[in-house]
Every structure is written in structure tokens, then in C-alpha cells.
Ligand binder design. Structure first.
Ligand code: ADP
Ligand code: MG
Length: 518
């Protein structure tokens, strides 16, 4: 039987694990590391570096080194998140023909899935080296709060890298599985709090007799360690400007050095109360070379990043509320993601949940271990374990008056199929436009358009007399398929939702061949 590997494709770091017997093990990369930086670099000679090698040369090649591309996956160029990334990333972000956010390196335009495929392909090779055979199947994790477009794009990345994605698993669910499968605290409720480099997820699960049932999930798909780094960078750039009149933000090399130094300082402040940023020759002023030397304290960092720390609270409260619990009913809090090493983050979880988080979980590896564990369930090797996940967003369509009419409510167990009947609103209406939205607001203006399509050639009749049945099918991977049927004639239009974004099937196949023939 060929292996199914479990892959945590993180914003900052990725990790691959495989099942050996009944235990999932993390596979070491070529340098002996247990995680691999999610960084891809394009060299002038046409070579491509991935992982630690790519990260190492970032300072000398900032414009062609792509990191944190997961923050762009499935996003529109015109979104506020993309605008923020364009302001802060040293590489170029462009608008693709379909409006998606892509990257440009030299004269090459690439979609985020193409870039992520390099990371997945690298992990695939690491696993192949270790196992001594080809690996063609994987379970890949995504943030629970990822939407349809982001999940679809992640699947495309796998396909391009030559991996059949057997399942898309939510990261906190994977972590809960890895945590609970052997400890089996039956009848208990756990909260998984996952703060990584780019995203924040909170999921609440009940574990009972081997059934892992997600009760509620929430999060912020644009909140993570990178944002903490950014606040440090901005503060240091601002101070330097005040002091020397030089804007370090204009120099990609200085900015990249500052980024690395800021992240290192942030990490050091998790174990020390103070540290120093020391960047000699960071710029040249009228009087010659300038150096950046600055002492930083943990207090300073906590004050500075208070607004980000505050943003962790809302999603947690919402998830607790959606699970119809109060915080005291949560038995254990499991921390996942590198950012949960920051003492102020731990403190925040304590304030919210009123208890200390459990120890003994490796926050960098548990998600990949969970993904590999899921492969055992799929293979029938863990018969007593069942996973029931939920959708993190409400899904529906636009109806008269720009109102949002939900078909599937957030925190519904998946897979699920829901159907609703709508009537025409005009006499002799020729077609209906089915506009699919995700959101939780009464009006579509506060929701996100996932795609739209037309159902035409409707039979004539007065307003309200022609009825259209709309069905939403959400699969276990959280990917949506919509169909609409005119009831009298039975005419059907159906759609996998990628009308407004993403790569076509043909493009994915083409990129996959190109990747294989590299
Ligand atoms: P992802 O899953 O998004 O790839 P990780 O879980 O690997 O992310 O977390 C990466 C983030 O955690 C980065 O922003 C990194 O700087 C941060 N991080 C790692 N170690 C520490 C630490 N000791 N203190 C504070 N932040 C840390
Ligand atoms: Mg992660």
C-alpha cells in the first residue's frame, strides 16, 4: 500500500509526518530539521530554492524570495488583506486577469498555488527519501477559518506538485486528533487555540468514545506572528526616521534584515525580559554609514502589540457562545502554533478560558501528526475513531433587497446538503442570477461573494409563480458545490464554486505537467 503523508503547509513553517505502524512520526528534512520554512526563492540562473536554503539567502535576494504566500492564497487583489501585504512584502504582488492576487518574480507571474506547490513538492521529496518510495497521496491541513476559495487553491497546489490530496483537514481538528487519540480523555471538551505565522483559529471539540466532534470554530484568517513582526518593524522604522531622517522602508535589503531581526527579537522576548536589535551599516546618511542599535523589552513588545492580542478574544468568545458553553465547561486548552510561546498570548488564553493550557504538546508538529493520524482513520486502521468537523462560515445566496439568505449556517457538521426554494420577483422573468455568498450578516454587503451563475430560459409567468430550487453541497473538505433547478421544467445548472477566482482545471493540469518536467 502506498503511503499517505500528512502535511501541515504553514504560513511560516511546514511539517510532514507519516504513519509508522499505529504511531505518526515527523520526518526530518535534508538538514535534520523537523519543520521546513515555507519559503521559495528564484535565483538569477533559473534555479529554485525551497525551505531553509531559500530562507538563508532572503537578505541578499529580497525581491525574489517568496515567504508567507499562504497569506495570499485564494485572495482577491482588491481585498484589504492584499493591500496590507502589498505595503509590507518585499516581493511584488500583482492582479491576475481574474482579479486574484498573484506574485511576480522577474518576468514570471505566478499564482499562490504554484508557489505553494514548490513547498509541497519539497516535502514530498523529503518523505520519499525517508520512505524510499514514491509518495503520491497526502492529507493537507488548512486553517479552520479558511474559506472555499482558499481550500480549493490549497488542493490545486497539491495537484500541481503531483500529490493527490486525499483530504483537506482543519488544522485545529488535526491537532485535537493528535492530542486526544492516545490520551482519550473521553467525555471531555477541549479548546484548540492555534496562532501561527499568518492565521488564528479556535476550535472547540467534544471527545466522546472515540468521536471527535467539533462543536464550534472561529478565527481570523489574517492574524498571526507576521503581524506582530510587522508592528515591531514599523516601530523601528519610525524611530529610525525620526532620529536619522532616513526611511528604511524604502530599501528592500534593509527591510529584510529588519524583518529577520524583529522576528528574532520577538522570539527571544518569549524567554527573556529584554534583548537587543543590532543592525550595523543598515543605511547611509549624509554623515556616513548608519547603524540600528536598540534595546527592546518584553513590556515594550506587549504594549506595542496589545491591539493584536486584543483581537484574539472575539473569536474565542464567539466559538464558546456558538458551542453553547461557558468557559468553565471547557476541560482543556491546547495551544498550537509558534506564537503561543509568547507569554502574553498564554496570559490571554488564561483570561479567556480561566485555566492554564495543557503542557506537553509540541506546537510546531502536532498538526502534521494529526494529519498523518487521519490517514490511519481513512485506511481503516483506527476503527474506533470518528471525526466530525463543521463549516466555519455561513453560506447562502443574495435575495431581494440585497439580503443574505443562508442555506448552511456556520458550525453545521459537514458533509451536508441543504436545499431551499426561491420564487421569481418579476413578471415573465427570463433568468435568475444565483449569487453565492459567505458571511454572517443580514445584508450581502457585509458578506463575501464566492461566485455566481445564471439559470436562464425560465418559463414565463407572473412574479412569484416560477420557483427555483437551490441546493448547496458542502463536502468533508469544506468545498462547496451549488446547483439550481427550475422546478416545473427540471432544468438544472450546477457549479463547483470557482467562478470568481482560482485556476481552471486545465491550468492546474498544465502547471502540474510543467512542475513534473522541471
Ligand atoms: P505557521 O503554522 O503559520 O507556519 P508556526 O506555528 O510555525 O506558523 O508559527 C510561526 C510563528 O510563531 C512565527 O511568527 C514565529 O516568529 C512565531 N514564533 C516561533 N517561536 C516563537 C517564540 N519563541 N516566541 C514568539 N513567537 C514565536
Ligand atoms: Mg500552523
Amino acid at each position: 500500500m502506498s503511503a499517505i503523508v500528512g502535511i501541515d503547509l504553514g504560513t511560516t513553517n511546514s511539517c510532514v509526518a507519516v504513519l509508522e505502524g499505529t504511531e505518526a512520526t515527523v520526518i526530518h528534512n535534508e538538514l535534520g530539521g523537523r519543520t521546513t520554512p515555507s519559503v521559495v526563492a528564484f535565483k538569477e540562473d533559473g534555479g529554485i530554492l525551497v525551505g531553509a536554503a531559500a530562507k538563508r539567502q532572503a537578505v541578499t535576494n529580497p525581491r525574489d524570495t517568496l515567504f508567507a504566500v499562504k497569506r495570499l492564497i485564494g485572495r482577491k487583489f482588491d481585498s484589504p488583506a492584499t493591500a496590507e501585504l502589498r505595503r509590507t512584502m518585499p516581493y511584488e504582488i500583482i492582479r491576475a486577469n481574474n482579479g486574484d492576487a498573484w506574485v511576480r518574480v522577474g518576468d514570471r507571474d505566478m499564482s499562490p498555488p504554484e508557489v505553494s506547490a514548490h513547498v509541497l513538492g519539497h516535502l514530498k521529496r523529503i518523505a520519499e527519501e525517508y520512505l524510499g518510495k514514491e509518495v503520491t497521496q497526502a492529507i493537507v491541513t488548512v486553517p479552520a477559518y479558511f474559506d472555499d476559495a482558499q481550500r480549493q487553491a490549497t488542493k490545486d497546489a497539491g495537484r500541481i506538485a503531483g500529490l493527490e490530496i486525499r483530504a483537506i483537514l482543519n488544522e485545529p481538528t488535526a491537532a485535537a486528533l493528535a492530542y486526544g487519540v492516545h490520551r482519550t480523555p473521553t467525555g471531555s471538551v477541549i479548546a484548540v487555540f492555534d496562532l501561527g505565522g499568518g492565521t488564528f483559529d479556535i476550535s472547540i471539540l467534544r471527545i466522546e468514545d472515540g468521536v471527535f466532534s467539533v462543536m464550534a470554530t472561529s478565527g481570523d484568517s489574517f492574524l498571526g506572528g507576521d503581524d506582530f513582526d510587522r508592528m515591531v518593524i514599523d516601530a523601528l522604522v519610525h524611530e529610525f526616521q525620526e532620529e536619522h531622517g532616513v526611511d528604511l522602508g524604502e530599501d528592500p535589503v534593509a527591510l529584510q534584515r529588519l524583518k529577520e531581526a524583529s522576528e528574532r527579537a520577538k522570539q527571544e522576548l518569549s524567554s527573556s525580559l529584554d534583548t537587543e536589535v543590532h543592525l550595523p551599516f543598515v543605511a547611509v546618511g549624509p554623515q556616513g554609514p548608519l547603524h540600528l542599535v536598540r534595546k527592546l523589552t518584553r513590556d515594550w513588545l506587549e504594549q506595542l502589540t496589545r491591539p493584536l492580542l486584543e483581537r484574539l478574544e472575539g473569536p474565542c468568545r464567539r466559538a464558546i457562545g456558538d458551542a453553547k458553553l461557558n468557559a468553565a465547561e471547557i476541560d482543556q486548552v491546547v495551544l498550537v502554533g509558534g506564537m503561543t510561546r509568547m507569554p502574553a498570548v498564554v496570559e490571554k488564553t488564561f483570561n479567556i478560558f480561566g485555566k492554564r493550557p495543557v503542557k506537553g504538546v509540541n506546537p510546531d508538529e502536532i498538526v502534521a501528526i494529526g494529519a498523518a493520524t487521519q490517514s490511519a482513520i481513512m485506511r481503516g486502521g483506527l476503527k474506533e475513531v470518528v471525526l466530525l468537523d463543521v463549516t466555519s462560515h455561513s453560506l447562502g445566496i443574495r435575495v431581494e433587497g440585497n439580503r443574505f439568505s443562508a442555506l448552511i449556517h456556520r458550525n453545521t457538521h459537514i458533509p451536508v446538503r441543504e436545499t431551499k426554494i426561491f420564487a421569481t420577483t418579476e413578471n415573465d422573468q427570463e433568468f435568475v442570477s444565483v449569487e453565492v455568498f459567505q458571511g454572517d450578516t443580514p445584508l450581502v454587503s457585509g458578506s463575501r461573494l464566492l461566485g455566481q451563475f445564471l439559470l436562464g430560459d425560465l418559463p414565463r409567468g407572473p412574479a412569484g409563480s416560477v420557483q427555483v430550487q437551490v441546493s448547496f453541497t458542502l463536502d468533508v473538505d469544506g468545498i462547496l458545490c451549488v446547483d439550481a433547478k427550475e422546478i416545473r421544467t427540471g432544468k438544472v445548472t450546477s457549479k463547483r464554486i470557482l467562478a470568481s477566482s482560482g485556476l481552471s482545471r486545465d491550468t492546474v493540469e498544465e502547471l502540474s505537467r510543467a512542475y513534473a518536467g522541471r
